[in-house]
Design a protein around this ligand. Structure first.
Ligand SMILES: NC(=O)c1ccc[n+]([C@@H]2O[C@H](COP(=O)([O-])OP(=O)(O)OC[C@H]3O[C@@H](n4cnc5c(N)ncnc54)[C@H](OP(=O)(O)O)[C@@H]3O)[C@@H](O)[C@H]2O)c1
Length: 279
């Protein structure tokens, strides 16, 4: 029995659909059962989220493998992840497949990638088997990058990234979750090519009905432009460091891991944008 968290979301929902299509036994572990996808044969277990230890111990009971989708960003996100891992260990789960992020490291430029690293470390120390799926930025989000103004702004300079489609991530995860031999593995899921934000803007422009440009920002400009949202400092640091991580080259990684796990090449930027309706 495979447990799937985040099944009401984009990646977890795609994974759950693939598990159902392939006839695997699964339990969808969700915060609101009424929003769980209706999938043949899937059990549904409602819990209060990754802070709900008692709910998780029940929901995780009898699972061999748990797919742990990282929580929405919050100040106590790592603590929530640690609770989920501890609950999995207490419930007798054998392996946790954790949805991490590319370049997860204690000193990652992207501050949220530090959270993923601390979660990975906790999982390594838990005694559970683990598999880490570290992805680049989602390609699905690329068309939204210019916002309503059609301008991508951030301190990314000429740094590059290799965005990966959620469908390709889910295809790779299906293999990690259902086939043997992925214990202790760390995968880096990326698209097939890496582009700068200027190049991405040019590609978005080419395939959409409106021009999109990239404007580099200094760190000072980045902070003052985002002050109007009134967001807490940890969140603003996360937003801005998405761009500084690109500038530092930390997302300029292209691997063959999607191909190896999913059995097909990952979709690239041009192919993906070419499939979108012109807007
Ligand atoms: N690589 C990237 O570019 C990128 C971009 C954005 C986010 N991410 C990370 O990747 C994860 C999955 O992406 P996605 O596109 O599938 O996100 P998504 O569509 O927002 O789905 C997130 C899922 O996680 C669940 N969830 C969030 N916080 C939780 C918590 N504290 N306890 C229990 N469940 C929780 C949500 O449940 P509800 O439906 O109940 O809210 C939802 O099912 C995100 O959660 C985020 O950590 C990566």
């Amino acid at each position: 029995m495979i447990g799937v968290t985040g099944a009401t979301g984009e990646v977890g929902g795609r994974v759950a659909r693939r598990l159902a299509d392939a006839g695997h036994q699964q339990r969808l572990i969700v915060r609101d059962a009424s929003r769980a996808p209706a999938l043949p044969g899937a059990q549904i277990s409602q819990f209060g989220g990754y802070a709900d230890m008692a709910g998780m111990r029940t929901a995780f009971g009898g699972l061999s493998t748990l797919f742990l989708v990282s929580a929405r960003e919050s100040e106590d996100r790592v603590e929530q992840h640690k609770h989920a891992i501890d609950a999995a260990a207490a419930a007798g789960v054998e392996r946790v497949v954790y949805l991490s992020f590319l370049g997860a490291a204690a000193d990652a430029t992207f501050t949220f990638a530090r959270d993923h690293f601390r979660t990975e470390q906790h999982l390594r120390a838990s005694g559970l088997d683990f598999t880490f799926s570290r992805q680049n930025l989602y390609l699905d989000l690329v068309p939204l990058l210019g916002g309503s103004e059609g301008v991508i702004r951030g301190p990314a300079g000429s740094g590059r990234l290799a965005p990966v489609l959620r469908d390709d991530v889910a295809d790779a995860l299906l293999t990690m979750l259902t086939e043997p031999g992925h214990e202790g593995a760390v995968y880096e899921l990326t698209g097939p090519e890496s582009l700068s934000l200027s190049e991405l803007a040019a590609e978005i422009s080419r395939y959409s009905a409106r021009p999109v440009t990239f404007e580099n920002e200094t760190l000072e400009q980045a902070h003052s432009a985002r002050a109007k949202y009134g967001a807490p400092e940890w969140e603003v640091a996360g937003w801005i460091s998405t761009y500084t991580a690109i500038a530092a080259g930390e997302l300029d990684v292209v691997t063959s891991h999607v191909q190896r796990l999913a059995g097909h090449e990952p979709i690239g930027v041009r192919e993906f944008l070419g499939r979108q309706p012109r807007r």
